[in-house]
Structures are given as structure tokens and as C-alpha cells.
Design a protein around this ligand. Structure first.
Ligand code: HEM
Length: 537
């Protein structure tokens, strides 16, 4: 297919202002002075020492010495592309977000796909969760949907994230293994954190080795809120559905490709866009009315649980098309900063304890990774509308703010930007009623770690089940400590006895000994008789 013509989006036009074409130009220093020789340093005599005076040598080498920035603490390896989003029909009833009102409006987006564990130079096709982060450059500011290709997460509370990441990253003494979950610390963490069981089922399924970024789903994971013009709020989960369908590699393919072509997924995306085969993803919403908040046998604020689609159908509301590759990997993919807190009026948060913690973590880490408080001025992160406020100075400030007033309220400057509480237009946090004692516990159903893991297992075809068992054999088979391997079998016995017995066969430990007999009858319609759930003894 030949590349299709497409109108550059407003964001793509904005980025044009920052681009530099080096072709046919003289080589200069950073100060613009023309350089006569960039291959031989200035020396005191042909065989003498290099002279400090050689400003071109010093500038060139100093800049090189400072080229690297820290890679992301997780999701270090990623690949981005530009595109646009269009809603199919106005969503006026459910949200006041302007970019979800008019089917004729193309909202620019930048998407970054990533793996989680490996470093920036690791292979693409490892077994891992894939990040799926979308920045919508709307007329009301940036909205970031920072999701994954799996609908749930490893933990229920963000305070555990450093523990999870320390366990899954390479072990600290020898930095092995690079990008694999096949090691003792990770599985030791799993057996000590039952809440991770459901996510492990997804991770060890074929979803953990996607064929292409173009062929995987995306999920916002958390429960968010949509709020309409009248102030009515509803709970929502966001989904991306690839028009090409969901496809995976086999484990054998994934391993071979990791060796032969570690850039397999990024090249696939790059080539598809260059060839005009623009990846498309439809946006889906699951919506729960506020009055139905407690109608389910799980807590809708628990990020280790899905909302079964039989109970809460996914409504398709729009489509995203990725139609332009980045011009410069570092400037765009590497400097992109996604943050859960970037929202627009009409989209709001809930008290999901994982979401609440993420609201702190992203901005915090980016202050370090991108060198201070002005990283919103980096071209890829700028909104398409101008920002005005009293934030000033700091490292790498690009804006030349005019006038002497940088405080509020003031009586020196008239027409100076100021908030107008209660008046139309500004972001109003949803006035959810909150009261309670300060506690560290969560509601009871957060402790049911196995019902949905079992639901997932039961929904798999025989071939998919076989893949999962093989994945356990590989991943857990590499764990040195036999006690941990045994505990894995005992843990997954809580999900399904057959699964546990099959796992045991391939990892050199005993089949599970304990029975998982205690059962709770499901109260929700989706968890029907055959899915009657059980809890650990
Ligand atoms: C990065 C998703 C949980 C901390 C990312 C990225 C994604 C993502 C997609 C990469 C963004 C990019 O492409 O630049 C998720 C999802 C989560 C989750 C879906 C659970 C539902 C958490 C939690 C924390 C956390 C609980 C911390 C408490 C981070 C940090 C980064 C990151 C620090 C690096 C950001 C940067 O350097 O720009 N996450 N994450 N994540 N995540 Fe998460």
C-alpha cells in the first residue's frame, strides 16, 4: 500500500516550528560560529598536547558527555507514533469533555507503546506487560490515558509498587535476568502477594507476547469518572480495541525473534505507518451508574478485577488512527511525559488506591528524568493551546514571560489571567462526598484474589490453557529455590486444581497437597453456577 495523504494535525503543525533541517548548511558551534575543522583538535605543536583554548573540541565532547538522560524507572523501552482521535457521536450525555462532543473534530494524539521490565536496549518480544500510553492534545489541554495491554494490575495499592518493581527487575547483585520474569525474586514476590494471582494468569497467557503493537488491546485499568455538563457523574473504564484484532506470537517464535530481530515490534509499527497501513484502535467505554456502585461482588475500585463484559458491556465510541511516525526518537518518544493527573474537564478520578498513588508518582519521577520543572515546555509535551500561569524560572525555562507580575491576586496588571471560582470553564473536581476513619485497610472483597483468576482460566480454550501451562514451566522452572516453586503450585491450586497439577509436572515439585474446598456462592449474575468461586483455606 502507498502512504496515504493526510492533513497534519494541530500538534504535528506545532512540532514543525521546532524542527531543524541540517541539509546544505555550514557546520557551526552552538553559538553559531562556523567551524573549520571538526576532526583534528587544536594542539601545541604537531606532537604536543591538546589546548584548552579549543572551544569547539570542548563543546563537542562536553555535549556528547551529557547526552544520556535516565531511562524510565519502568517502561524504559518504548516506541511512539502520532495520529488523531475522532469520536463517532457526541457523548454529551456522559461527559462535558469537548474532544468527545464533535465527530468532525480530529484530536491529535501521541501514543507510546512499551515493555515494562527490560532496559531501553532490551528485546521487544519478551514475555511482559505492554504499556499503551496515549496523550490527547485537546483544545482544553492534554488528557493522558496511561494504560497497559492487560485490563488489571499486579497490585491493589500503589504503596506496593516499589516492592513489585524491585522484585521483577533484574536482581541487584548481578543484574540478571535482563527482561524476564523467570527468576527467584519475582516468583518469591508472587507467592507472598496473592493479589497478583489474576495478573499472573494474564501475563502467562498469550497476551504476554503480542504479535504487534497494532494487534493488542489497551486498557486504562482503573475506574475513572466521566462527568457531564449537569454535573452528573458515572464510573467508567477505558478500552482500546485494535481494528486488526488481538494476535500473539507463540513462545517459540517470541524467543527466536528476540535473538534475530530485537526491534521486531517497533519496526512493525514504523513500517506499517510508512506503508500507509495506519494502525487503528477503537475506543470503548464500560459505564456503571453511581447508584450501581455496590451491585457487584467485587469492589469497582479494585484494579486487580475486571468488570465482566457480560455484566457491563463495552460501548464503542470512537477511533484513533496512527498516521505519522516520529521524526526523532529522543525528542519525541524518549522525552514524552505521560501523567495520570493530566485530565480535562469532564474526566475525573476515583478513590482506587492504585490510581491515587500513580497521581503522585509520574510527575515526581519526570522531575528527575527530564531535569526539573519545565519539561512541559519540551515540544512533545506542550499542549496545543498556550498555557498562562505564575509558574516561573527553573532549569531550562524556554518561555520569555512578560511583565513584572507573577503572583495572584494583583492590582498592577489588568486582564491578567486569574481563576474565576464558580464561573464556567475551569476544571472542577467532582464533589464526591468523602468521610471515614484514617485506616490502611480496604473493603472485604479486595481479599478475594482467586475468583476472577479462575474465571479467566475457565474462559481459555484448550490450546490457550496449554500455552499458559508451558509458560509456567519455563518461567517457574528457572526458579532455583525449590520452596518457591512448590509455593507457586500451592498458590495456583487456589485457582484450579488441574492447573496446579499440570504446573507441578514441569517444574520438579510435588503436586498440590491441600484441597481448596471452601466456597463462596457468587452473588453476581456473571459469576454463574459453573463459576462458583472458592477462597483459600
Ligand atoms: C510508566 C502504566 C502502575 C509508576 C508507565 C508507563 C505506562 C504505565 C504505560 C509508560 C509511559 C510512557 O510510555 O512513557 C501503568 C499502569 C499501571 C501502572 C497501567 C496500573 C494500572 C504504576 C504504579 C506506579 C507507577 C502503581 C507507582 C506508584 C510509573 C513510573 C513510570 C511509569 C514511575 C515512569 C514514568 C516516566 O519516567 O515518565 N506506567 N503503570 N506505575 N509508571 Fe506506571
Amino acid at each position: 500500500k502507498k502512504p496515504q495523504d493526510h492533513q497534519p494535525t494541530k500538534k504535528q503543525q506545532q512540532l514543525e516550528d521546532f524542527k531543524v533541517n541540517h541539509e546544505g548548511k555550514d557546520l557551526t558551534t552552538d553559538q553559531g560560529t562556523k567551524v573549520s575543522n571538526t576532526s583534528e583538535s587544536l594542539k601545541a605543536g604537531q606532537r604536543g598536547p591538546t589546548i584548552m583554548e579549543d572551544f569547539h573540541f570542548r563543546e563537542k565532547v562536553t555535549h556528547f558527555d551529557h547526552e544520556r538522560i535516565p531511562e524510565r524507572v519502568v517502561h524504559a523501552r518504548g516506541f511512539g507514533a502520532h495520529g488523531y482521535f475522532q469520536v463517532y457521536e457526541p457523548l454529551t450525555d456522559i461527559t462535558r469533555a469537548k474532544f468527545l462532543q464533535d465527530p468532525n473534530v480530529k484530536t491529535p494524539v501521541f501514543v507510546r507503546f512499551s515493555t515494562v521490565v527490560g532496559s531501553r536496549g532490551s528485546a521487544d518480544t519478551v514475555r511482559d506487560v505492554r504499556g499503551f500510553a496515549t496523550k490527547f492534545y485537546t483544545e482544553e489541554g492534554n488528557f493522558d490515558l496511561v494504560g497497559n495491554n492487560m485490563p488489571i494490575f499486579f497490585i491493589q495499592d500503589a504503596i506496593k509498587f516499589p516492592d513489585l518493581v524491585h522484585a521483577i527487575k533484574p536482581e541487584p547483585d548481578n543484574e540478571i535476568p535482563q527482561a524476564s520474569a523467570a527468576h527467584d525474586t519475582f516468583w518469591d514476590w508472587v507467592v507472598n502477594n496473592q493479589e497478583t494471582t489474576h495478573m499472573i494468569m494474564w501475563l502467562l497467557s498469550d497476551r504476554g507476547i503480542p504479535r504487534s503493537f497494532r494487534m493488542m488491546e489497551g486498557f486504562g485499568v482503573h475506574t475513572f469518572r466521566l462527568v457531564n455538563e449537569q454535573g452528573k457523574a458515572r464510573f467508567v473504564k477505558f478500552h482500546w480495541k485494535p481494528k486488526l484484532g488481538v494476535h500473539s506470537l507463540t513462545w517459540d517464535e517470541a524467543q527466536k525473534i528476540a535473538g534475530k530481530d530485537p526491534d521486531f515490534n517497533r519496526k512493525d509499527l514504523w513500517d506499517a505507518i510508512n506503508n500507509g497501513e495506519y494502525p487503528e484502535f477503537e475506543l470503548g467505554l464500560q459505564i456503571i451508574e453511581e447508584e450501581q456502585e455496590f451491585d457487584f461482588d467485587f469492589d469497582i475500585l479494585d484494579a486487580t478485577k475486571i468488570w465482566p463484559e457480560e455484566q457491563v458491556p463495552v460501548k464503542i465510541v470512537g477511533k484513533m488512527t496512527l498516521n505519522k511516525n516520529q521524526d526523532n526518537f529522543f525528542a519525541e518518544t524518549e522525552q514524552a511525559a505521560f501523567h495520570m493527573g493530566n485530565v480535562v474537564p469532564g474526566i475525573d478520578f476515583t478513590n482506587d488506591p492504585l490510581l491515587q498513588g500513580r497521581l503522585f508518582s509520574y510527575l515526581d519521577t519526570q522531575l528527575l528524568r527530564l531535569g526539573g520543572p519545565n519539561f512541559h515546555e519540551i515540544p512533545i509535551n506542550r499542549p496545543i493551546i498556550q498555557y498562562y500561569n505564575n509558574q516561573r524560572d527553573g532549569f531550562h525555562r524556554m518561555t520569555i514571560d512578560q511583565g513584572k507580575v507573577a503572583y495572584f491576586p494583583n492590582s498592577i496588571r489588568q486582564n491578567y489571567p486569574m481563576p474565576q471560582p464558580g464561573k464556567d470553564g475551569g476544571y472542577e473536581h467532582y464533589q464526591e462526598k468523602v468521610e471515614g476513619r484514617k485506616v490502611r485497610t480496604r473493603s472485604e472483597s479486595f481479599n478475594d484474589h482467586f475468583s476472577q483468576a479462575r474465571l479467566f482460566w475457565n474462559s481459555m480454550s484448550p490450546a490457550e490453557k496449554k500455552h499458559i501451562i508451558k509458560a509456567f514451566h519455563f518461567e517457574v522452572g528457572n526458579v532455583m529455590d525449590k520452596k518457591i516453586r512448590q509455593k507457586v503450585v500451592d498458590l495456583f491450586n487456589q485457582v484450579d486444581g488441574n492447573l496446579a497439577r499440570e504446573i507441578a509436572k514441569g517444574i520438579g515439585v510435588e503436586p498440590p497437597t491441600k484441597k481448596n474446598t471452601m466456597s463462596i456462592t457468587a452473588t453476581s449474575p456473571a459469576l454463574s453456577q459453573e463459576n462458583t468461586v472458592k477462597t483459600p483455606q
